[in-house]
Design a protein around this ligand. Structure first.
Ligand code: BGC
Length: 461
């Protein structure tokens, strides 16, 4: 029976050979996504983000940023003056009803929040350029038009997939503001930005060598600067030879239909996927990101509990049975050590979930959390290396700075170190540095709008 515990845990350990194989498979999927003929069928969409430059320090002015990507919506006012950035922001909740209701309700709510923010800052009826971080897979048609490819992270609001996000926002703003402002004339330039892009751009403001943007939070994704000639999905007139463009990889979809991850997928991954609202999608994301990490741990625990191998004496009304576990649970468990006083603390923590634990249970629970976390970091390193290889192929063997953000990267006690270590092991020849990005979805999005304004003004001259 002890072997059931070992089998469950060992299923999460992937050797370096396997990780290297996965890196090659991911590189091949990147290539498919960039190629016009294969993009349709490619699982990693490699979406051109139409951001062709990172900040050069000459950006100036006041900008608004909106940030939607999880359970919160943020509105920010960002003032950039001589390289100094000042920010004011307000967080608004997005209820489950709004996430799963209609698109009209959702965008009306976003506009209501924007209005509230403008009232607070005495800026009613006066709209500045907006950088809108919309952290879902989108397809961009030039800098102006961005449509939603599919919802992720629990959102299902109707009437949004396939629609132009900027347009939905502008319509909602027009509707609300026209009633409240006399002669309101919407002349804003809103740029829809993926959170990875904001993360990269915000980090590039501080570290100009930044050319990749990574998020490991509720979801996971990566963007990077690609040579425009290699983005075969662009129209000929969109390509300037020698210039780069940011690609939003949407790597979370790796393994959706290529079978690339089949050899490493466990029964727990399968059941998490089957019970998710987007079954069969975001397979790689479900093995890495914060939305699923606690749930994976819970499913292993439940299997061992059902087999009478863990938390014996726990009744079926325990929270472990009745509701999901968050990544915060995993982080908490990992913050305890393997010693008696920490076991006592851990037992107490577990009792809050209605479960009865022994010392042995504490050891097993910690090992499960370690295994799930290590696998998440290992798989993420695979993606980082696959992406960095593309950068090096374009720019030569220069230092690659990855701007990073996300709750798992920031708050999980071991993820960051495991990721850095594995990345170095998988790519010893590439100088990859991770830098925490300052508020990519807020400051970054405003900076994207600022860079756009700068380029636009230059073009008008
Ligand atoms: C979305 C990406 C986003 C990532 C991180 C994923 O679920 O598809 O667009 O960048 O989460 O927030």
């Amino acid at each position: 029976m002890a072997s059931m515990i070992e089998d469950a845990i060992n299923g999460f350990y992937l050797g370096d050979d396997k990780l290297k194989e996965l890196t090659s498979l991911m590189e091949a999927e990147f290539e498919k996504g960039l190629c016009k003929e294969t993009n349709d069928k490619a699982e990693i969409k490699m979406l051109p983000a139409y951001v062709t430059e990172t900040p050069n320090g000459k950006e100036e002015g006041d900008f608004l940023a909106l940030d939607l990507g999880g359970t919160n919506f943020r509105v920010l006012l960002v003032k950039i003056d001589k390289g100094e950035v000042q920010m004011f922001n307000q967080v608004y909740a997005v209820s489950k009803e709004l996430m799963t209701g209609t698109g009209v309700q959702l965008f009306d709510h976003l506009t209501e929040c924007l209005w509230d923010f403008l009232v607070q800052h005495d800026m009613m009826c006066q709209l500045l350029p907006i950088g809108f971080t919309f952290s879902f897979p989108t397809k961009q048609y030039g800098i102006k038009k961005t449509t939603l490819v599919r919802w992720t992270k629990g959102y299902t609001a109707t009437g949004v997939v396939g629609e132009d996000i900027g347009e939905l926002l502008n319509t909602a703003i027009n509707k609300k503001f026209k009633i409240r402002c006399m002669n309101f004339d919407l002349k804003i330039m809103s740029t829809v930005v993926n959170d990875t892009v904001g993360t990269m751009v915000s980090c590039a403001f501080d570290y100009p060598k930044t050319c990749m943007g990574l998020i490991v939070g509720t979801g996971t994704n990566m963007c990077y600067m690609e040579a425009q000639e290699k983005i075969k999905t662009l129209e000929e007139n969109e390509v300037t030879p020698g210039k780069e463009m940011c690609i939003n990889t949407e790597w979370g979809a790796f393994g959706n239909n290529s079978g690339a991850l089949n050899a490493v997928i466990t029964e727990f991954d399968k059941s998490v996927d089957e019970d998710s609202p987007n079954q069969g999608q975001q397979i790689y994301e479900k093995m890495i990101s914060g939305m699923y990490m606690g749930e994976l741990v819970r499913r292993v625990v439940v299997k061992l509990m059902d087999a009478g191998l863990m938390f014996v004496g726990t009744t079926s009304d325990s929270i472990l049975y009745t509701s999901g576990l968050s990544t915060a649970f995993v982080s908490q468990v990992l913050s305890y050590d393997y010693n008696q006083s920490d076991f006592d603390l851990l037992k107490n923590y577990i009792s809050g979930f209605g479960a009865v634990a022994t010392n042995e249970d504490c050891v097993v629970l910690k090992r499960i959390c370690e295994a799930v976390s290590l696998r998440a970091a290992d798989l993420c390193a695979v993606g980082v290396v696959a992406t960095a290889k593309r950068v090096v192929a374009n720019r030569g063997n220069v230092q690659v700075i990855v701007g990073v953000d996300g709750s798992v990267y920031r708050r999980h006690p071991t993820f960051k170190d495991l990721l850095v270590k594995k990345t170095m092991q998988l790519a010893p020849d590439i100088d990859i540095r991770f830098e925490l990005s300052t508020d990519g979805s807020g400051r970054g999005a405003a900076l994207v709008a600022a860079v756009e304004s700068r380029i636009h003004k230059l073009q008008l001259k």
